[in-house]
Ligand binder design. Structure first.
Ligand code: LUZ
Ligand code: MOS
Length: 760
């Protein structure tokens, strides 16, 4: 079944911020930002710009009525720079003008002088200088020192992991309409309406109830709008307050790429110890996270890295150290996976390295070490309903791993300049915000007296289909046609204190709240139906296909009739409900607890094909067994899985962020930053739904889907690496992602003498 949003999207009927009809007199704001990565502001001259016809106001930090502070977890981020700048793209002033072209023209008339300071863009260099966002964090289990003494194999290495640009189709932006008495309404392209509301209140010196944030939908987000939609919305709100006129602020693509943060690059040291029968008994890992110039969500992201240090494996002795390093780059931020993907690439690199040196296939080591029922995660949570091995074995069987390996080795034996490589990638991803507090949601349900339904939750639709899932839930409980149900915009006045739509949890948290709201009303309606039908046992009343049944007997009472009758009899047709995930907690002092409601499992088998003359490659196949629980909507879930896989492969292969030594983004356009396109889709992509998986924590036993499948993309790195080894067996891999075509070419010919005349 096609979702209601799909229809709107393909017909161009969906409204994004930039499509909103705006009131006449709306001003346009643009942002003047730092051109250097680190320095003191010596002089800021706005006079020429101010004199330009049509410029209404130029705002600096001095005009802020409240606090010049938008830091969410840590208060270290000013909305507008005061006396120093710490990254290229840091906002300094807001130019508010009658229209966009005037505000852009005025921006060019602003002059600024800096006293430049040393620039640090590298996480390890920042660490050496003692430039950390917070003190190092350490998670541990067992005793790595004694375990390393018992190990038969020990390997140590370094891993480098690149960042990733979100590239949501809709850039950051907001429209703000001022109301009476300082009340303002913000339309923001944000994943976190309450985050925006709170930050705006702080900066404007208003109460939260004076600010209404409304979000109809986002044109993509991927984590990039969990925290980083905030500054633009707050700037527009500030401009609206100071001018008492509506204000629109939308970043163009170049500005967005330059000014916003990305997925965090990490540099990592590890040491891994195995027994002679390939059991991993010790893992010592130190992460250097490149946080950028302020905290943003970096500490939470680093925490999730620590949680996922051992991916889908049971390792009895682990020590993981996380360093969040402050550099002169735009603050890096949430991105689908939230630190989990970086952790998984490291443990997979360690296993791959061990396998290469020992001389076995990596998947032999992977399989032996998979997590089992009752094992403990090293942060103290007992593993329950573990599907790690189930997915692995199902993938071997369904996709005939043995036959595949045979075909690949035959292919490689008979081809000299094209090689194939295979890799398996198991995943285990914890579901719940790692900050337990955030695992709450509410739903507001109205049934109008014509029988149509309106639903508000905290979930933000960003193309992931959460609205359709909410419709599915209500339609299922009331057993009515989907066309009777409407999902309203996400709005802080209707649903307060919302957690951001993030952590793959929006459908779980809001869906569970919605189930409670629907059931409350259903009970009310059943009691009323029992009255009408003059029966005592309302539990025998069933709502089915828009009709009312008593036991098996269909009654002369339709959905519309029972609703009208309830209204006439003065029965409330509205319901509000709250859900908080039970049984989760985490003690940040002892670093133990039960942070996740459950885990999502799966295994991917990825085959690459590398052109060994050119260094180019393609993914020939990606075949996955994924644990969806009991899917709420298989088509949406499949779409999420496929999209995430491609996004993950992009991160590991072709998406390469580059800055110069002065902290200036070089990959600042779509011609220098390549993301996957239609030609990147593997010829053979199959996602098999694991059978017999149920989840007591998900709505109707479903599991979260947003982030976990992204991490299958990590397998692409190793599939390419293994193909390279077929061509150049003595290649020394440096475990540096992404493995671009250029890097592939260099690795193919690393230390390799080749006489092309001899090649067939
Ligand atoms: N956002 C967040 C997230 O604030 N906390 C999390 O644990 C998280 N996990 C994944 C993605 N976004
Ligand atoms: Mo998050 S990475 O905004 O789910």
């Amino acid at each position: 079944m096609i979702s209601s949003d799909t229809r709107k999207h393909v017909r161009g009927n969906s409204i994004f911020i930039d499509d909103m009809p705006i009131p006449t007199g709306t001003l346009f704001a643009s942002v003047f930002d730092s051109s250097i990565a680190h320095g003191k502001i010596v002089k800021l001259d706005l006079s020429k710009a101010q004199q330009l016809d049509g410029v209404v106001k130029i705002i600096t930090f001095k005009d802020i009525p409240g606090e010049n502070q938008i830091g969410n977890i840590i208060a270290d981020e000013s909305l507008l720079a005061e006396d120093k700048v710490e990254y290229v793209g840091e906002p300094v002033a807001i130019i508010v003008a009658e229209n966009e072209s005037i505000s852009k023209k005025a921006k060019k008339l602003i002059t600024i002088e800096y006293e430049e300071l040393p620039v640090v863009t590298d996480a390890r260099q920042a660490f050496k200088l003692g430039s950390l966002i917070v003190p190092p964090r350490i998670f541990e289990m067992g005793n790595i020192n004694s375990a390393f003494e018992e190990a038969d194999f020990i390997f140590e290495d370094k891993v480098e992991i690149g960042g990733q640009e979100h590239l949501y189709l809709e850039t950051q932006g907001a429209v703000v309409i001022p109301g009476e008495c300082d009340n303002i309404k913000i339309f923001s392209s944000t994943q976190g309406p309450t985050v925006v509301q709170k930050a705006a209140a702080r900066v404007l010196n208003l109460k939260m109830h004076q600010i209404e944030v409304d979000v109809l939908r986002l044109g993509g987000a991927f984590g990039g709008k969990e925290d980083q939609a905030t500054p633009w919305a707050v700037m527009a709100a500030l401009a609206a307050k100071l001018t008492a006129r509506p204000v629109k602020l939308i970043l163009n693509r170049h500005d967005d790429l330059r000014m916003t943060g990305k997925r965090h690059p990490y540099s990592v040291d590890y040491k891994i110890g195995l027994t002679k029968d390939y059991k991993i008994i010790a893992f010592d890992v130190t992460y250097f996270q490149n946080a950028g110039a302020c905290a943003d969500l970096s500490t939470a992201i680093l925490e999730r890295t620590l949680f996922h240090a051992s991916n889908s494996y049971f390792i009895p002795n682990i020590k993981a150290v996380g360093n969040s390093c402050k550099t002169n780059l735009p603050p890096n931020t949430a991105f689908r996976g939230f630190g989990g993907p970086q952790a998984m690439f490291v443990i997979e690199s360690a296993i791959h390295k061990a396998a290469s040196v020992i001389g076995v296939d990596a998947h032999v080591i992977q399989k032996i070490n998979l997590l089992h029922e009752g094992d403990f995660f090293y942060y103290g949570q007992k593993a329950e309903r573990v599907n790690a091995e189930k997915c692995w074995i199902a993938s071997e069987k369904i996709f005939d791993l043995q036959q595949k390996e045979k075909e690949i080795s035959e292919f490689n034996a008979s081809h000299e300049l094209v090689k194939k490589g295979i890799a398996l990638m198991p995943i285990c991803f914890g579901i719940s915000f790692t900050n337990s507090m955030l695992n709450q949601a509410s739903a507001l349900l109205h049934i109008y007296n014509d029988g149509s339904i309106s639903i508000s939750t905290a979930a933000v639709e960003m193309g992931q289909g959460v609205n359709e899932k909410m419709i599915n839930i209500a339609a299922r409980i009331f057993s009515i046609n989907k066309s009777k149900i409407k999902i309203e915009s996400t709005n802080t006045t209707r649903v307060a204190n919302t957690s951001a739509t993030a952590a793959s949890s929006a459908a779980d948290l809001n869906g569970n709240a919605l189930i409670i709201a629907c059931n409350n009303l259903l009970i009310r309606l059943k009691n009323h139906a029992a009255n009408i039908l003059k029966v005592n046992d309302s539990e025998k009343i069933i709502f089915k296909n828009e009709a009312i049944y008593y036991g098996d007997e269909k009654q002369k009472l339709s959905w519309e009739e029972i609703i009208t009758s309830a209204y006439v009899n003065r029965i409330s047709l509205s319901s509000q409900a709250f859900y908080a995930t039970p049984n989760i907690h985490f003690d940040r002092n002892i670093k133990k607890g039960n942070p996740f409601a459950y885990h999502v499992y799966g295994t991917a088998i990825i085959v690459s094909k590398v052109d060994c003359l050119r260094g180019t490659y393609e993914m020939e196949s990606v075949e996955v067994v994924h644990d969806f629980g009991k899917s709420l909507n298989p088509l949406i879930d499949l779409g999420q899985a496929e999209g995430a896989i491609i996004q993950g492969i992009g991160w590991m292969t072709i998406e390469e962020l580059k800055q110069d030594d002065n902290g200036k983004l070089l990959s600042n356009s779509l011609s220098t930053y390549k993301i996957p396109d239609i030609y990147s889709i593997p010829k053979n992509m199959k996602v098999h739904f694991l059978e017999d998986s149920e989840n007591p924590y998900g709505p109707f036993k479903s599991k979260a889907i947003g982030e976990p499948p992204l991490m299958y993309g990590i397998g692409a790195y190793f599939a390419i690496a293994n193909a390279i080894k077929e061509f150049n067996p003595h290649v020394a891999l440096n475990y540096s992602a992404p493995i671009t075509h250029e890097k592939t070419l260099m690795l193919l010919y690393q230390n390799k003498q080749i006489n092309l005349d001899e090649v067939k």
